[in-house]
Design a protein around this ligand. Sequence first.
Ligand SMILES: Cc1cc2nc3c(=O)[nH]c(=O)nc-3n(C[C@H](O)[C@H](O)[C@H](O)COP(=O)(O)OP(=O)(O)OC[C@H]3O[C@@H](n4cnc5c(N)ncnc54)[C@H](O)[C@@H]3O)c2cc1C
Length: 182
Amino acid sequence: MGSGLSARTYTPVSWDAGRGRTRLLAFAHGDGPGSKWASGLREGDTCQFFGPRRSLDLADLGAPVVLFGDETAFGLAAALRDNLQAGGALHMFEAADITESRQALEAVGLGEARLIARGVGDAHLAAVEAEMLRLAAGGAQFALTGKASSIQRISRALKAAGVASSRIKAKAYWAPGKTGLD
Ligand SMILES: Cc1cc2nc3c(=O)[nH]c(=O)nc-3n(C[C@H](O)[C@H](O)[C@H](O)COP(=O)(O)OP(=O)(O)OC[C@H]3O[C@@H](n4cnc5c(N)ncnc54)[C@H](O)[C@@H]3O)c2cc1C
């Protein structure tokens, strides 16, 4: 996408090779090539893509599963809903705009997801951490995605509380100042 054909990574919400159909859910957060592409899409537009490729392997996560992420992980949550062996997951998302995020989540059938507003200096993460530790005590397994620094912080807190690494799967989707994480 963009004039130099930069690549950006998105999660297929569904992938139907037979019909040649896939669905993505993209967060237009700014004016990078991915955001511009998503904001400007019109019916009938074409684009180049390749994939899908292996990424987070969540197949062996057992219930209860907690998915933490942000706007970039709404698509993963929608994909997971239909694919988790052990039934549903509990979703917790940090987000810049709660009203807009709620609308997007409801549109993909994830109206029950918990949303927490990003705070100055990531102050909101203290509440997320506390909730994650509470869920960990109940035996939950964790998929952490989205902003790299949030994932690091929560992962560190879980491990410090004795949660085994095998109960945590993590994949950074973006980091301030970096482009095209994969
Ligand atoms: C495996 C994987 C799966 C992904 N799946 C999805 C998906 O399904 N949907 C989706 O929306 N995104 C997804 N992402 C994240 C997406 O690829 C990045 O957000 C990407 O940077 C967007 O490209 P851009 O051109 O808009 O911004 P870029 O040009 O890449 O970034 C410009 C700057 O914007 C900032 N930035 C980047 N992303 C964000 C953000 N989300 N919020 C705030 N600031 C940001 C950073 O400071 C960055 O330096 C995924 C990433 C990975 C690695």
